[in-house]
Design a protein around this ligand. Structure first.
Ligand code: ATP
Ligand code: MN
Length: 482
């Protein structure tokens, strides 16, 4: 029987096994082939390769030539204790089959370090590197941890729509969803495209946030969350923005802003601890990788803590909680502000904080994650609950080292009259929000929620500095390849 038809064992299950001496089948992709004898085989089940040692009598010249980096093979052999260092067991190969050739001349991934920029251009193949397979495994474990955390707390996962008919989500520029002819759309009397003839009979967009819709479930199921893709057509070419990203948005009935800050802190600490416990091998690899990268940076830009130290630090230390007003005082009196080193100088209460300010607070001033709360109402969304000072709203942002804002949230304005005042002040057409206002008309309740950008969390956990490297196929301005 050809080995392709035989049941294979995953490498992760063989590395710490008591199957020594047994005959096993392993299938995977060749990472390296040394001295016509040693194959490093990887099947993605773990970072580690299986060393497959070829017994010369077992094979022929023609076959050996086809064991190239990138080729897919199946090997059968006896599992023995390894004599080489770096692995516990190895496979003494008795049979080998090429399942998929990889032309050594043409295969773009060679066993050497490629730049992240180059790898982005071959995003369909980069998952075959140690770095990206580690990142994608961590990403999966984090998705699981999100659902585990909320399930254990009695939250229900709600799927909110991806195509939205509500244009008051207010979190950013939207992508239009239409089936109208782009070149020659039907026109209305004033000569504009006639969206009543569009697929949904109205204008629709891709969602920028599931919050408004998930609030409906909150006011019935109490504790809920959405975890889905969100889309923002903002033209921000930064290392922290994607046009398509995933967001986790819990919404809790009877929580005030303080309860919400507590939950946000507990949640991110849980995710970080979960990664430390369940992604050990991959994090050790990413830690070494980050240390290597650091060596190329000037001394002052190097971080004081390694990746794993940073994760432990966040998991084990309390976040700093300060009001926006206190933050402005600190920033106003800070060295970079006085020496005009900030690109945006802080001189007045009411200024919107830029990422340089957020990072100063986190990385230089407090040296730990910071939760800022009670922001000026003018720089925040209409649905945030107004405080008694009439100037601020019960909003909060969680700021992380190296990342800046990782979570944004608030207590929601549950009072109908107060909410209407803000809707009027901001000139939002009431008809668009009528269903949302029903939540305040019928059985309204204090409630709060926040949004965690999943990719920013993965950036933090993996130590990757560019958000394009923590999602399989990044969408950014001018780039929707694959
Ligand atoms: P920023 O100020 O960093 O652009 P925001 O204030 O617009 O973010 P929110 O609307 O509060 O973001 O969204 C909640 C969370 O979603 C943010 O805290 C962040 O983690 C994440 N996020 C927002 N925009 C993006 C984006 N374009 N790409 C990836 N993640 C994002
Ligand atoms: Mn925000």
């Amino acid at each position: 029987m050809a080995i392709i038809q035989e049941k294979r064992t995953k490498i992760i299950d063989l590395l710490h096994t008591d199957q020594l001496g047994e005959s096993v089948v392993v299938k995977g992709w060749v990472r390296t082939f040394r001295n016509n004898q040693f194959i490093a085989l990887n099947d993605g089940s773990t970072l580690e390769n299986m060393q497959a040692v070829i017994d010369f009598s077992a094979t022929d010249e023609q076959l050996l030539k086809r064991i190239n980096t990138g080729a897919c093979i199946a090997v059968k052999g006896e599992l023995v204790e390894s004599k080489g260092k770096g692995q516990s067991v190895e496979l003494v190969v008795s049979e080998i089959e090429i399942l998929g050739d990889a032309d050594a001349e043409k295969y773009p991934l060679q066993p050497k370090r490629h730049s992240l920029e180059f790898l982005r251009e071959i995003a369909h193949l980069r998952v075959r590197t140690n770095t990206f397979s580690a990142i994608y495994r961590v990403r999966h474990i984090m998705i699981f941890a999100v659902h585990k955390f909320f399930t254990e707390k009695g939250f229900y996962n709600i799927h909110t729509p991806i195509i939205t008919g509500s244009d008051a989500e207010g979190a950013g520029e939207m992508f239009r969803v239409t089936t109208l002819d782009a070149v020659n759309p039907p026109k209305n009397e004033s000569g504009d495209p006639d969206f009543s003839e569009d697929f949904f009979g109205k204008e629709t967009n891709l969602t920028v946030s599931g919050q408004l819709e998930v609030e409906t479930a909150c006011l019935a199921l109490s504790d809920v969350y959405t975890f889905g893709p969100t889309f923002r057509a903002e033209n921000s070419n930064t290392s922290r923005h994607l046009a398509e990203f995933w967001m986790i948005e819990p919404e809790m009935a009877f929580y005030d802003i303080n309860d919400t800050m507590e939950l946000a802190e507990e949640f991110v600490k849980y995710l970080v601890s979960y990664a430390l416990q369940h992604c050990t091998k991959d994090l050790e690899f990413l830690n070494r990788r980050a240390l290597d990268e650091e060596k190329n940076k000037p001394q002052i830009e190097r971080s004081e803590l390694s990746l794993i130290e940073r994760l432990k630090f966040v998991a084990n230390n309390d976040f700093e909680k300060i009001t926006y007003t206190e933050a402005i005082e600190i920033l106003r009196n800070s060295k970079p502000n006085k020496k005009k080193k900030f690109q945006y100088l802080i001189d007045e209460w009411g200024a919107d904080l830029q990422s340089e300010h957020e990072r100063f607070l986190v990385e230089k001033h407090f040296k730990k994650p910071v939760i800022l709360y009670n922001y000026p109402k003018d720089i925040k969304a209409f649905y945030m609950r107004q405080n008694d000072d009439n100037k601020t709203v019960a909003a909060m942002d969680v700021l992380f080292p190296g990342i800046g804002e990782i979570i944004g949230g608030s207590q929601r304005e549950e009072r109908y009259d107060e909410l209407m005042v803000r809707i009027d002040e901001l000139g939002i057409p009431q008809e668009d929000l009528d269903w949302y206002l029903d939540l305040r008309r019928f059985g309204t309740a204090p409630h709060s929620g926040f949004g965690l950008g999943f990719e920013r969390m993965i950036q933090f956990v993996t130590g990757m500095t560019n958000i394009r490297d923590v999602i399989p196929f990044p969408r950014t301005p001018d780039n929707a390849e694959f």
